[in-house]
Design a protein around this ligand. Structure first.
Ligand SMILES: Cc1cc2nc3c(=O)[nH]c(=O)nc-3n(C[C@H](O)[C@H](O)[C@H](O)COP(=O)(O)OP(=O)(O)OC[C@H]3O[C@@H](n4cnc5c(N)ncnc54)[C@H](O)[C@@H]3O)c2cc1C
Length: 385
């Protein structure tokens, strides 16, 4: 087998890249560690896509249900700081779109089923830098000759380990709990985010009402608060705080999924024929719902560079392709990661001055149209460096 691109990891980003490259007659295969499983049965986890990511999946012909978000209201539960964003402020119909993770993953997987090897992973990489190709040995001892290895294998990337990439890792010491719920909020197209000592609480509309569930919740909680207590008990004890803030009853409607929150990034995204993309290259706090959007922006830049180079020559220079991708994406991703960390720390702090800063900060940004438009455009995927 000699595909031009071998992708490690058939998550949303790996499958998107495979689909787009194959549609452009560039052979790409996916090596996925898990067996071929159906994702469609259980729709609990959601993703918030910005307009840029939504357009990328539309352009592939992937059609998934979505809920439109036209307004986002963010407030500090402990103080008076608040900020609200509206799609009208950037002359767009919507700020973002909530989709079911499993539905999107299942449709993308379906689109590249014939180009995916399940239940397998890369065991060894032998790079021939002079010949401009690499020999990949899989765990079933099958050999693949390829030009580029795209590491799309998530936050514990195997490609990063095999390529000896230089990693920086942090731990937010928080857990994100996510579940669906029934709530009765004023505006169905609004998302709300509350920063408080009980955690960072985000509530957004679901793509469709499921047996009474209307909203999806992502609640990030300090691990210390969860010590000696199970997640469900913590939620049951503390949800009334947010019910009061939002002036609605919130009824849990699904099982509760739990994720440990950490961040990581790499000094370089490329090593020989290997390149890191999406969560393999960087992971961030879910508070702004930007993880998959950064991954889609990476995937778009990578595909554009590969397609452009192969349109010009079948002997495309892989180092140039990968370098261009890295230059386009690395600083942008780092900026987003650092900004998220700043917000997490700002809202974690009990220091009086920090509390004052966030109250004044949120309210002043709210009054400043220029800054507001800057933040909204970033969230909507309209700004780049
Ligand atoms: C609670 C929560 C809520 C979130 N909400 C949002 C949101 O609203 N909006 C947003 O933009 N982002 C959100 N994110 C982030 C988003 O989910 C991730 O950024 C995104 O799923 C990463 O996609 P990926 O394809 O890069 O990696 P992954 O989803 O991690 O996929 C990696 C794939 O690689 C496979 N794999 C792993 N190891 C190997 C190996 N050795 N060999 C082969 N295959 C391997 C895995 O099985 C998997 O299929 C959220 C994250 C969390 C935890």
């Amino acid at each position: 087998m000699s595909p031009i691109v071998t992708i490690s990891g058939g998550g949303i980003i790996g499958n998107y890249i495979s689909s787009r490259l194959n549609n452009n007659n560039i052979e790409a295969i996916v090596i996925e560690k898990s067996e071929n499983i159906s994702y469609i049965d259980e729709n609990i986890r959601t993703l918030t896509l910005n307009s840029f990511s939504k357009k990328l999946i539309d352009d592939l012909g992937i059609s998934v249900k979505f809920a439109e978000i036209k307004k986002i209201k963010v407030f500090d539960g402990e103080g008076s700081g608040k900020i609200d964003f509206s799609s009208k402020e950037i002359n767009e119909d919507n700020l973002s779109y909530v989709v079911f993770y499993n539905e999107l993953q299942s449709q993308l997987q379906e689109s590249v089923l014939n180009q995916t090897i399940f239940g397998n992973q890369i065991k060894e990489l032998n790079d021939d830098r002079e010949q401009n190709y690499c020999t990949v040995l899989l765990s079933n001892n099958e050999e693949i000759h390829t030009k580029i290895i795209a590491g799309c294998d998530g936050r514990n990337s195997n490609v990063a380990k095999l390529g000896l990439f230089n990693e920086t890792r942090g731990d937010y010491k928080q857990t994100a709990l996510t579940f669906t719920a029934k709530a009765n909020l004023d505006n169905i197209n609004s998302a709300y985010q509350i920063f408080s000592e009980k955690g960072i609480f985000a509530i957004m509309p679901l793509p469709e009402t499921m047996g009474g569930a209307t909203h999806t919740i992502v609640w990030s909680i300090d691990n210390k608060k969860l010590e000696g207590e199970n997640a469900e008990d913590y939620i049951n004890k503390n949800i009334s705080y947010f019910e009061n803030k939002l002036n609605t009853e919130i009824k849990i409607h699904s099982k509760i999924l739990s994720f440990n929150l950490s961040n990581h990034y790499f000094k370089n995204y490329i090593s020989g024929s290997s390149v890191l993309i999406g969560d393999a290259a960087h992971s961030i706090h879910p508070l702004a719902g930007q993880g998959i959007n950064l991954g889609f922006a990476d995937a778009d830049a990578f595909c554009e560079e590969v397609i452009k180079a192969y349109e010009m020559s079948i002997e495309a220079d892989r180092h140039l392709i990968l370098k261009r991708y890295e230059i386009r994406r690395k600083n942008m991703n780092l900026l987003m990661l650092k900004s998220m960390d700043f917000f997490v720390n700002l809202f974690k702090s009990n220091n009086l001055y920090m509390k004052l800063l966030r109250n004044i900060g949120l309210s002043s940004v709210n009054k400043n149209q220029f800054l507001k438009r800057f933040f909204i455009n970033h969230a909507a995927g309209k700004n780049s460096l």
